[in-house]
Design a protein. Structure first.
Length: 582
């Protein structure tokens, strides 16, 4: 498998290597370096696989806790910045795992995937059913697991949680999260988020609490904040402002940034009868729990139902919301990126490129730097005429996608392994304010996944110019193209109808936003093309006047995917005013 790099949004990559039967219910976590771990259910066992900071597999998939006599479901995972991670799941089987119908279990691993002890039971109350865990970790590796427990709070389902220190030791006992206990809490909607300093918030769906609608599809979204010592920070509160319809029936998500600011997303359904679908909404809060603005709609396309939302935030509060929608063939994965102020910087965009069949998931993760990872299940429905073959060849499989909002810088020497040009052109002109044009084209047989996709703004780029004379190649100039935002009061990135086609434009060359780069075009149809144009005093690209051995031009994305051309002398033009090679 090719190395898959954040920032490019290359074609989704397959995570599971065992393709026999069905693999489903994936979850993902990201560490400080951009390395990630994905967990999923494989028939009746929980599996995991690690990936390094470049997206390459770091070893084979492995069983989290082999137990042939029980069934394990719905795994979740949280990672500390160090890369240590914890997996939680619920299991039941022939031998009741916790003395009753089912229980929540967890197991810790170090950054290399080596188990740190055996699996342990999380819930203390073991009567009835405990299931649907969620998990979050802080910067030190302390973690909290929350779950739904049937009949423990006195009426149907309630939400309970347990805190652990960085060594996996329980901190205090399990505690009840929900205050309102009538009817069911949780029930398809439960989420947890944790700040680096240990503050955390649990959010859930509560049936009948805000509007008296106790039907299976009714309900509202509630949350409870906690201090780092586990004490409640105020009482539980309702998140949704609109109470008509069903809130949270098809999913709830939550994320916190480094300052403790919070965003909660949920599925909102206005249909009659209340069926899974509707739109995805969100609400922001500051670190004190004060509501920031009103609830807002995430999805743009309202012609199709959207559900199973998830959200992840970087240290600065920028966040990515993912959800399931209709990609033209039943179900597909979509996402939208927002700034810390709650402003969308992208249109909603598709995550999966293989649209045959059904792609669904509710797991997205981020680290402090803004590197995001998403995982989902891809499968064929036998009643779907557009899907003839399962994406992984047999039943459902696990696939993923990675992004980076980081705008890169150039290395001192050319990056190895870049996509080489079939034909290219480089022109530098020092007259006036200066001008530069570089065009990269690939020959026939071009694979569009080589080019990548800035994912509607979730990719920064750098232009790097190197000259080799008597010694090693040296960087003589660089320019940066930002990942997202506004240029001249308009979105910097525009997108064509084709999947791999994106343009960056910033005509206001005096603002220094892109260091003089006014145009970047990525096109994956035909032969494939990368075009860069720049002008103005901010460009600052000196001419390599005089003899040279090689001029190397590269465009690099957030984590190193790149396209390059190399030109040996002599140049077509090479003086104090112009430099041109082909």
């Amino acid at each position: 498998m090719a190395v898959l790099l954040a920032g490019v949004s290359e074609a989704e990559f397959q995570i599971n290597t065992n393709t026999v039967g069905d693999q489903g219910s994936p979850a993902v976590a990201v560490d400080a370096t951009g390395g990630s771990v994905v967990v999923w259910s494989d028939e009746h066992a929980v599996m995991a696989r690690r990936f390094d900071e470049r997206g390459a597999p770091a070893g084979a998939e492995f069983a989290v806790s082999p137990k042939p006599t029980v069934s394990q479901f719905d795994p979740v995972v949280a990672a500390a910045p160090s890369g240590d991670f914890v997996v939680a799941w619920f299991e039941n089987g022939i031998v009741p795992p916790d003395g009753s119908e089912s229980g929540v279990f967890a197991r810790r691993f170090d950054a290399l995937g080596v188990p740190a002890g055996t699996a342990f039971l999380v819930n203390t109350f073991t009567l009835g059913t405990q299931y649907a865990p969620v998990i979050a970790a802080d910067a030190a590796g302390n973690f909290v697991i929350a779950w739904q427990s049937l009949e423990q709070d006195g009426d149907s389902g309630g939400i309970f949680a347990q805190r652990y220190d960085t060594n996996g030791m329980p901190v205090g006992g399990e505690f009840q999260v929900n205050t309102y206990t009538d009817d069911a809490q949780g029930d398809n909607g439960l989420a947890i988020a944790m700040a680096p300093d240990g503050r955390f918030t649990v959010s859930w769906r509560s049936r009948g609490q805000d509007d008296g609608n106790t039907t299976v599809h009714g309900g509202g979204v509630y949350a409870q904040r906690y201090a780092a010592d586990g004490s409640a920070a105020g009482g539980e509160f309702r998140v949704n402002t609109t109470i008509e319809g069903g809130q949270g029936f098809a999913g709830v998500g939550a994320a916190m940034d480094a300052a403790g600011n919070l965003v909660i997303v949920w599925n909102h359904n206005e249909f009659e009868p209340f069926l899974p679908g509707g739109d995805i909404y969100g609400q922001r809060y500051d670190s004190a729990g004060t509501q920031l603005g009103g609830e807002f709609r995430v999805n743009q396309n309202q012609a199709r139902p959207q559900f199973w939302p998830a959200v992840a935030a970087d240290a600065n509060g920028n966040f990515l919301v993912t959800f399931r929608g209709d990609d033209g063939d039943n179900a597909g994965m979509f996402a939208r990126y927002f700034t810390a102020d709650g402003l969308p910087t992208t249109v909603e965009f598709g995550l999966n490129r293989v649209v045959g069949g059904e792609q669904t998931g509710r797991s997205v993760a981020a680290n402090a730097s803004g590197e995001f990872a998403v995982a989902w299940q891809s499968s064929c429905n036998q009643n779907n005429s557009k899907c003839n073959v399962d994406q992984d060849g047999d039943g459902a499989g696990i696939f993923g996608q990675r992004f980076s909002a980081i705008t890169p810088t150039c290395d001192a020497t050319p990056l190895p392994g870049c996509n080489a040009a079939g034909t290219s052109r480089l022109s530098l002109d020092a007259r006036g304010q200066g001008r530069m044009i570089w065009t990269w084209r690939k020959g026939t047989g071009f694979d569009i996944t080589e080019l990548g996709n800035p994912a509607a703004g979730l990719a920064g780029y750098a232009l790097c110019l190197y000259v080799e004379n008597a010694g090693p190649a040296a960087l003589i100039a660089e320019a940066r193209i930002p990942a997202a935002g506004l240029c001249d009061d308009k979105p910097c990135w525009a997108f064509g109808r084709k999947l791999i086609k994106a343009k960056y434009k910033d005509r206001n060359i005096t603002d220094g936003t892109a260091d003089g780069i006014t145009f970047l075009d990525l096109k994956g149809s035909g032969r494939g093309r990368v075009s860069v144009k720049g002008s103005g005093p901010d460009l600052n690209l000196p001419l390599p006047v005089g003899p040279f051995t090689t001029v190397t031009t590269q465009v690099v994305n957030g984590l190193g995917a790149c396209w390059q051309s190399e030109h040996d002398g002599p140049a077509l033009a090479n003086d104090a005013q112009r430099f041109m090679v082909r």
